[in-house]
Design a protein around this ligand. Sequence first.
Ligand SMILES: N[C@@H](CCC(=O)N[C@@H](CS)C(=O)NCC(=O)O)C(=O)O
Length: 208
Amino acid sequence: MKFQDDLKERSSLWIFGYGSLVWKPDFAYERCKIGYIKGYKRRFWHGDDFYRGDKENPGRVVTLVEDQEACTWGVAYEVTDSETEASLQYLNMREVVLGGYITETVEFIPKDKGQRPLLALVYIATPDNPIYLGPASDMEIAAQIAKCSGKTGHNIEYLVRLAEFMRLSCPEVEDEHLFSIEAAVLNTFPECGGIKSPDQKTLLLGTA
Ligand SMILES: N[C@@H](CCC(=O)N[C@@H](CS)C(=O)NCC(=O)O)C(=O)O
């Protein structure tokens, strides 16, 4: 990497996504990298009473939980100076105001071993958040996801699109929590028709 590129990369704002941000960033960015952060595990332990649920039936979405032995894979997005203000304004509304997340800074390690780690902003929901739901069995989480939907669609879509991102972009990564919940939803709840292929899932969920 040329010195100038390296300098620019270091001075850019990077945002790490590990949930809906991996498949629906919806903010302007210059480029993105697949990779991971250490010391956190991804769990469907945060409630969502807006996008994938409502006040009566909050959906379940992901957050990060500290675990020194774990790492979480996702996407880091580079936001250039001209895009920073608008992108952060958008994410603040989507993630903080409507989503209940707070921001932390983490070290992101690119999947491409030839690239150096970089600092990234990440949105995390913590247990002191009023809509934080906390741990539950895979079956309890699956049952909740199977029955919830909100302003932007069904909670199953949120689950399936994240699982598909991991299968496509991080095929070598085992995410037992994510895939066991997906299996429980797709194989246990007949109304989901035991759907298997992505196009069937898209058909059922009516998502573009
Ligand atoms: N902060 C995580 C999770 C973000 C997330 O899933 N946020 C929800 C808010 S509760 C969201 O934006 N949902 C939009 C949608 O489901 O369409 C990430 O970096 O991806």
